[in-house]
Write a new protein. Structure first.
Length: 438
């Protein structure tokens, strides 16, 4: 025996080596190495794409079991919606998936409009603006995915470039909504305010600049041996596995299934736009990279079409019992309402002022019922199940959040692979924990 006496302690089994020939010692069976080690990856941010905790059971560097633990970013947003009126809900839901706030707001607004039965009353300009904002938001979200995944796999330059281009989109959002994120811009009945002309100019500049930047990203990554080595045949999940786990979005499309709600179950007039649904067949991290790169190009096409379709008109429904004030104008300091807008409200009739006050403070009533609306967010199907009891506040709102659903795929992708590939596989799901935990 290479090992002398052993004894059980509160720390576990202890072996005491008493010396002997070295060859004999190392040739002996080490009972310590026969066991597996359990480690925690996260919930610190850098390695796990957010405050996600992954419990890994390792045999050497091979992952034998992986379990995901969520809830570290729980904010109780869905519960909070029950204590605010229907319009105020936009301010909460925009903070769920904080990289795709416009999608949170649009899905919620579509569900409320379905309960109200006013889908056909939404103006053409408001619907076009929603498409425009969502596709810009899809690009900015994919840029964050590309930037952070590049950082995690060693391509630090990609992180800088991805955030640089995202800043351009956030500048556009700020010009339109007054905020870089958490906008509460899309509201039941339309949008909060119109798109200014200077924002349209900046969008057209972005449409000219961005295709060249996408080409630069591909020149930087696609032929790079480290990038291909870390992504190809890593985190594989085929279409059968995706369907079994309810996985949607780029992860599903990278496995070969062209399921995109903008095509299969159109909303917001997407059936009137020309665009393709990119797919790949490998179902690995590499395929998800290619799909998201192609999706950004398709979104650029959609943004261009939406800008060309922006016709003059109102951006909120005509029904003043529902229409949240949408003729807003930002003050000269870039914050709040302009004095001209306040004067316009105060200068109207007393009845109009009273009605305005009741609409803002109490809100409108929604007929009893329930509705489900699903849209295609950057991470997959984002669904809203809204229930009304006939009051001015939601009875219940539940989100079918793709980050939460897609994280089920992590064990299937990680088990049997190397611990280093857990990072690449998890990043390729693009989970946003604010949406997952909400």
């Amino acid at each position: 025996m290479s090992y002398a006496t052993e004894r059980e302690t509160t720390e576990g089994r202890v072996f005491t080596v008493t010396g002997g020939d070295w060859d004999e010692v190392v040739a002996g069976v080490d009972p310590i190495t026969e066991g597996r080690i359990v480690i925690n990856m996260g919930p610190q941010h850098p390695s796990t794409h957010g405050v996600l905790r992954i419990i890994l059971e390792l045999e050497g560097e091979t992952v034998r079991e992986a379990r995901t633990v969520v809830g570290y970013l729980h904010t109780g947003i869905e519960k909070n919606l029950e204590y605010r009126n229907w319009v105020q809900g936009s301010t909460f839901v925009t903070r769920m998936d904080y990289l795709a706030p416009i999608f949170n707001e649009t899905a919620y607004s579509l569900a409320v409009e379905k309960l109200l039965g006013i889908e056909e009353q939404i103006t053409e300009r408001a619907t076009t603006i929603r498409v425009l904002m969502m596709e810009l938001n899809r690009i900015s979200s994919h840029l964050i995915w590309l930037a952070t995944t590049g950082m995690e796999l060693g391509a630090l330059s990609m992180m800088l470039y991805g955030f640089r281009e995202r800043e351009y989109i956030l500048d556009i959002f700020e010009m339109i909504t007054g905020l870089r994120m958490n906008h509460a811009y899309v509201r039941p009945g339309g949008v909060a305010q119109d798109v200014p002309d200077e924002a349209v100019v900046k969008i057209r500049e972005f449409l000219t600049m961005m295709p060249k930047r996408l080409k630069e990203y591909e020149d930087l990554l696609s032929g790079q041996p480290i990038w291909t080595g870390r992504t190809q045949n890593v985190g594989v999940l085929d279409a059968t596995g995706c369907l079994a786990l309810g996985i949607t979005g780029p992860v599903l499309r990278s496995a070969g299934l062209a399921w995109d709600l903008r095509k299969t179950m159109p909303y917001c007039g997407y059936e009137n736009y020309e665009f393709d649904v990119p797919t790949h067949t490998d179902g690995d991290v590499w395929g998800r990279y290619l799909v998201r790169m192609a999706e950004m190009r398709e979104s650029l096409k959609l943004v261009e079409q939406a800008v060309d379709r922006l016709k003059p008109g109102p951006v909120m429904v005509a029904d003043k019992k529902i229409a949240w004030p949408a003729q807003l104008a930002i003050g000269v300091d870039g914050m709040g309402n302009s004095l001209e807008h306040v004067a316009k409200i105060m200068g109207q009739s007393m009845e109009s002022l009273i009605h305005h006050f009741k609409l803002v403070t109490e809100g409108f009533r929604v007929p009893p019922g329930q509705a489900y609306v699903g849209i295609e967010s950057p991470r997959g199907e984002l669904g809203v199940h809204a229930v009304s009891d006939g009051g001015t506040r939601p009875y219940r709102v539940h989100y079918r959040e793709p980050s939460f659903i897609n994280l089920q795929a992590l064990p299937a992708m990680a088990e049997g692979g190397l611990i280093a590939d857990v990072i690449a596989g998890g990043a390729s799901l693009d989970p946003v924990m604010g949406g997952c935990d909400r």
